[in-house]
Design a protein around this ligand. Structure first.
Ligand SMILES: NC(=O)C1=CN([C@@H]2O[C@H](COP(=O)(O)OP(=O)(O)OC[C@H]3O[C@@H](n4cnc5c(N)ncnc54)[C@H](OP(=O)(O)O)[C@@H]3O)[C@@H](O)[C@H]2O)C=CC1
Ligand SMILES: O=C1O[C@H](COP(=O)(O)O)[C@@H](O)[C@H](O)[C@H]1O
Length: 493
């Protein structure tokens, strides 16, 4: 089965931070795949922009190496790679100085003045303001210009506002695409299809029928080469403020009137504003923070966070678990348990919706234990949606019930390569579709909920609890859910 490709209009995409990890590992491979699928028109150009001087040829070589590392060999036909590289050029621009690079960039862009123009800011957040200013000051903004902003947008509410103000001085909100790559993941979009494309779920999607929701984003890797950045952030800022809160919003929001940017974002915003504040008083009841120590992962010994960082005094959390509550009619009394961390037992991201038990069993004890229905949406690896149901064990042995999954693995059902989130999201920007991007007020509402947690951790000087690499985090995270009589979903699909 092939997926439907809708060609986009001619565009020039300028990638600031073109020599960085994100560009090489994610953006160029994503653009290559869109090129390979024939979605990008022949005239479209990809223009790398970074501080270091480099020729077009050298940047094409670097791009080819990046594709060799991050695109499977079977998907790298030499002719396709060659034609992709022909789209690529490079301009050295030092965004922190008013250097000559801007004039070169303008000259390059002037050759395609009537095209859609997108600037992807794959640089540290301290450069967002300077780059936007440079783009504005050098007359690079046309009617069809958009800017894509990477995370993190700030490290707290005040700095997020400052970043948004700096971008907003140059661009209108409608031109700004704040990317959260989790929203581009196939299963995340499927969550919306499942909720709003089926009559089955919506009547049950509320506190009357749902017992609780779990959102897990577990990584088996450590902080790797990003330790410097990570230590200034920690798991709450790095994963919860953005990706996990976005997932929570998609599960919890009211049905929007249309699948369009503002309708979706209005509904997500209401969820963020309805989150029960976590403060010094309820911190222990609602949050657990952890930091990994040396252990074993993926069959080998791995160092602890402090060894990876090369310091002994960091109290940055590499794990966080939170019990979140949404104060509205739909979700009153339904906890949302969220957890994320580095160096956990396995790499898995999933959303688990546990339905309430049946009110009365007609079966006697010989039927066995009746487990609650669960809807599991696995984002990665191996995207899948599974609904667990009780059915009768086959055979003449009487009425014994068994929990059996109604299973849909995407790989088996669709037999197509599942596109990386960045493929979908970059093409959405070119199309001018902001539905899967965050609006300013959403980002700031998320920080409004996160800030008091950070503040309470700081004030109460709660150090992170140690956990051994390769486990599911500190035991306190297990206690967080078990004291409510529930357990984390750990079954591997
Ligand atoms: N890497 C990842 O997986 C993810 C990254 N992000 C975010 O994306 C952004 C980039 O991350 P990442 O690629 O890892 O960072 P890197 O440190 O690997 O790359 C930074 C890039 O910024 C460029 N740069 C630095 N200073 C300037 C300057 N003054 N003018 C122009 N260009 C400059 C560098 O160019 P040069 O080499 O010439 O100095 C380099 O291309 C960050 O905001 C990060 O938080 C978000 C999600 C995931
Ligand atoms: O934004 C980030 O996401 C990655 C995890 O992304 P995934 O698509 O591989 O699940 C995380 O490793 C990183 O720390 C964070 O900045």
């Amino acid at each position: 089965m092939t997926s439907r490709i809708i060609a986009v209009d001619p565009f020039d995409l300028v990638v600031f931070g073109a020599t960085g990890d994100l560009a090489y590992r994610k953006l160029l491979p994503a653009l290559y795949q869109r090129h390979r699928d024939g979605q990008i028109p022949p005239v479209a150009r990809i223009i790398g922009a970074s501080r270091r001087p480099m020729s077009d040829e050298a940047y094409r070589d670097a791009t080819e190496k990046a594709l060799a590392s991050h695109v499977p060999a079977a998907e790298r036909e030499p002719e396709t790679v060659k034609s992709f590289l022909e789209r690529i050029s490079y301009v050295a621009v030092d965004a922190s100085a008013d250097g000559a690079g801007w004039a070169d960039l303008k000259a390059t862009l002037d050759e395609g003045a009537d095209r859609i123009r997108a600037f992807y800011l794959a640089v540290g957040p301290d450069l967002f303001g300077a780059i936007c200013e440079g783009i504005g000051a050098h007359g690079l903004i046309t009617e069809k210009t958009r800017v894509i902003i990477e995370k993190p947008i700030g490290k707290d509410l005040a700095s997020a506002r400052a970043v948004n103000d700096a971008i907003g001085r140059v661009f209108d909100e409608r031109q700004i695409y704040r990317i959260d790559h989790y929203l581009g993941k196939e299963t995340v979009q499927n969550l919306m299809a499942l909720r709003f494309g089926n009559a089955l779920f919506e009547p049950l999607w509320n506190a009357a029928h749902i017992d609780h929701v779990q959102i897990t984003v577990a990584e088996s890797l450590g902080v790797e080469s990003r330790a410097g950045y990570y230590d200034t952030a920690g798991a709450l800022r790095d994963m919860v403020q953005n990706h996990i809160l976005q997932l929570l919003c998609l599960v919890a929001m009211e049905p929007p009137s249309h699948f369009d940017a503002d309708a979706m974002r209005d509904e997500k915003l209401k969820v963020l504003r309805a989150l029960l504040p976590i403060t010094d008083d309820n911190l222990d009841q609602f949050t657990v923070r952890g930091q990994y120590r040396a252990g074993a992962s993926q069959g080998g010994a791995v160092p602890g966070y402090l060894e990876e960082l090369g310091r002994t005094d960091s109290t940055t959390e590499t794990f966080v678990a939170i019990k979140a509550e949404i104060e509205n009619w739909r979700w009153a009394g339904v906890p949302f348990y969220i957890r994320t961390g580095k160096r956990l037992a396995t790499r898995v991201s999933e959303i688990v919706v546990s339905f309430k038990p049946i009110p009365h069993s007609i079966f006697d004890s010989s039927a066995g234990h009746l487990t609650q229905n669960q809807l599991v949406m696995r984002l990665q690896p191996d995207e899948a949606v599974r609904l667990s149901l009780m059915i009768k064990d086959p055979g003449p042995g009487g009425m014994r019930l068994r929990n059996v999954p109604l299973d849909m693995s995407f790989a088996q059902a669709f037999k197509v390569r599942s596109p990386d989130a960045y493929e979908r999201l970059i093409m959405d920007v070119i199309r001018g579709n902001a539905t899967l991007f965050m609006r300013r007020d959403e980002v700031e509402a998320a920080w409004t909920w996160i800030d008091p947690i950070l503040g309470a951790w700081e004030r109460t000087a709660v150090p992170p609890k140690a956990y051994t690499a390769g486990t599911w985090g500190p035991s306190a995270a297990i206690a967080l859910i078990e004291r409510d009589g529930r357990t984390w979903h750990e079954e591997v699909l």
